[in-house]
Design a protein around this ligand. Sequence first.
Ligand code: BT5
Length: 255
Amino acid sequence: MTISYTIQQYDTIDSTNLEARRLIQQGFGHGTVVVAETQTAGKGRLGRAWESAKGSGIWFSVILEPAISLQQMSQYSFVIAVAVAEGIRQTTGLESWVKWPNDVLIRGKKVCGILLELVTERNQPVRLIAGIGINASQQMADFPEDVQAKATSLAMETGCEINRQAVLDAVLQRIDANSTRMEQEGFAAIRDVWTALSCVTGKEVQVVRQGKAVLCGTAVGLAEDGSLLVETANGVEQIMAGDVSLRAADGGYAP
Ligand code: BT5
């Protein structure tokens, strides 16, 4: 069913994901979109911070109540990642790629991070908060030093000014289209698109957990539960959590 979006626009907020959670408490639901010019406490995964400088990115969260089972919720990060990659391609013409579990990269650098959170309350439908941060108009020097080596923005990649509203609209439209696909055709359809847009499929990867390399091998696909399948000397391993680095030309692993 088509999502009818309601936009809540903020100048400054701690985190659009936190605000989405507060809005759910106030009765806001499916299709509510929280957009902010800047976040003072933008959140990454595992307690990490997300750099969200004023006016330079597309920082937003979408509240969704997908008509799928709780088990299928974990597959939803792929619905979102694919939608972001497609929206960026449509509006900028840039080749953007998805990287497990839920990054979007351009030329190997992170242009978007995604943070999915579930809200489960008694007698309420399961709600999903999809937090999406897309770097739009930053130049390299605008990123903190520790992020510079691994980040990029749409402006850095195109050399042009970015129409943030157009990118936001395209991503929301693709979330709508891919949600419908997930509900009607199941995860297999999304998995096919994700695999085609994935920069890790068929590549040598290193899986890192809590800063430690735990496994090396060739990424061969996605399992039904969304875990990454990595072929190693000991057979195919299923990776449920962690970060993935791609093997670089110098034999090391890119961030
Ligand atoms: C993510 O975490 O990639 C999820 C980021 C989600 C951000 C959005 S913005 C809107 C919504 N509201 C929120 O509060 N959050 C969501 P993770 O995989 O843990 O990556 C975080 C790591 O990426 C940090 O530790 C940095 O190394 C790096 N990083 C931080 N800011 C960045 C940026 N703007 N661009 C690229 N990399 C960044």
